[in-house]
Every structure is written in structure tokens, then in C-alpha cells.
Ligand binder design. Structure first.
Ligand code: URA
Length: 233
């Protein structure tokens, strides 16, 4: 594709990294300059923050896979980083799907708005970070705020929000709460298909989730109390 052709000498596509069958795979937007040089995803400043937030949420980072919706560094004419375009994320879609297949995990953490939009263009990251969705009847996905955005905002509060999201996510995986096991079921409140799940594995359609998500939010608030006591470097 054009993005691949535009790569500088010595910087090729950055493939996913991590163990086979990771506990989940984190999918970001694109390799930055440091990732393009190192040939590995999430090794720069944002990657370090992401890994440290995962650690604070009790995730074993060595058991996580890392990938991006596009595998090549998207540069502006002056060589600086830019977000990948929809055409570029679409062109790299099969490549991403192949990496998810290779990783052999159903749990996909979407890191930032670009990653979310390449899965669900109808949702916004501010409204849906920390919420869990079933995608293609095959993957369980959760969006989180992008660590570059948190760094740009310099916000301790956004770090805590993200650690709270990651804590609930890790807990769901550790508890084996598998939403895919409930795919054929309908919302507990109506006959629409289940799309969202609360922490007790009860499923709701999009409309009823809006009314019942308080339960999930309580869980996140509990996690935030714990995070309050953590120190940040
Ligand atoms: N590093 C990556 O590999 N992806 C991102 O989205 C950000 C930093």
C-alpha cells in the first residue's frame, strides 16, 4: 500500500509483538518514530505509559500482545507523525485481522479513538472508553483513552480513569466472564440481541445498557479508590 511505500530506508512494517495466546491484545493506531526504528509496537513514550498503567491495573504486561491498526509509520511531509487516514486503516485491515488470528486471543483492547473507529466508526472514545462490546461475534473489545492523549493533556485524572478501565478489563478476563458465551441470548429487558455485559454477566441491548450501566460504573469507582492510593512516577 502507499503507506508502506512511503516508509524511510530501514523502517519496515512493525508487526505485532507478544506471546502466542496472550491474555489480550492491545491495538493502537500506528507505530510512532521510535516504534518504526525499533520494529516493535508501543516502545516509545506513549507505550511506556500504557505499560505502566497496565501494571498499575494488575496486568502481567509480559502476557499482553501489542499491535496497531496500521503497521507502518504515517508521516507528514516534514517527517513528523500524523494519524493514519481511513483509507490507510482500511488498506491495512486484512493485515490486522491476520495478526489477531495469529495471536489467538478473543480479547482486544482498543487503544485510542483511531483504533476504536476502525472497529466501530459510530462510537466516540469519550462516551465508550471502559465499556465492553462484542465485535464480529468473535472478539470481545474494550476501548481506552490513548496514552499519547493522556500525555498531551498531562492529566493525572485521565491516567486514573484509564487504570480503572484496565482494572475492570483485567478482572473480567481473569474471572473468565466470557460475553461470547451469551451470543445467542437477548437483552434481559427486551428481545434485542445482547451487546453489553455488566460485571455479573447480565446482558443488555444498547438502549437498556444506557439505563443499567450504573452497576459497571460502581465497579470502576471502586477501582478508582484503590488507584487513588497508587503513586505515579
Ligand atoms: N506506539 C504504538 O505502537 N502505537 C500507538 O498507537 C502509539 C504508540
Amino acid at each position: 500500500c502507499l503507506l508502506h511505500e512511503a516508509q524511510q530506508e530501514g523502517c519496515g512494517p512493525v508487526p505485532w509483538s507478544g506471546p502466542l495466546r496472550p491474555s489480550f491484545i492491545a491495538v493502537g493506531e500506528a507505530p510512532g518514530p521510535e516504534e518504526a526504528k525499533a520494529g516493535a509496537p508501543f516502545v516509545g513514550r506513549a507505550g511506556k505509559l500504557l505499560r505502566s498503567m497496565m501494571g498499575a491495573a494488575g496486568v502481567d504486561v509480559g502476557d499482553v500482545g501489542f499491535a496497531n491498526v496500521v503497521s507502518c509509520y504515517p508521516s507528514k511531509s516534514d517527517g513528523g507523525f500524523r494519524a493514519p487516514s481511513v483509507a490507510e486503516t482500511t488498506a491495512c485491515r486484512d493485515n490486522l485481522m491476520a495478526q489477531l488470528e495469529l495471536a489467538q486471543t478473543q480479547w482486544v483492547l482498543l487503544v485510542g479513538a483511531i483504533a476504536l473507529h476502525s472497529f466501530r466508526s459510530d462510537l466516540t472514545i469519550t462516551d465508550t472508553h471502559g465499556h465492553v462490546f462484542v465485535w464480529l461475534e468473535k472478539y470481545v473489545v474494550m476501548p481506552i483513552l490513548h496514552p499519547s492523549y493522556i500525555l498531551r493533556r498531562g492529566s493525572h485524572y485521565l491516567k486514573k480513569e484509564t487504570v480503572a478501565d484496565l482494572t475492570a478489563w483485567a478482572q473480567m478476563i481473569a474471572d473468565g466472564d466470557d460475553p461470547l458465551a451469551h451470543l445467542d441470548e437477548t437483552c434481559v429487558k427486551c428481545t434485542q440481541p445482547m451487546l453489553h455485559y455488566d460485571r455479573d454477566g447480565v446482558g443488555y441491548c444498547a438502549k437498556h445498557w444506557e439505563r443499567w450501566k450504573g452497576q459497571w460504573m460502581k465497579e470502576r469507582d471502586r477501582a478508582k479508590e484503590v488507584i487513588e492510593q497508587l503513586s505515579w512516577t
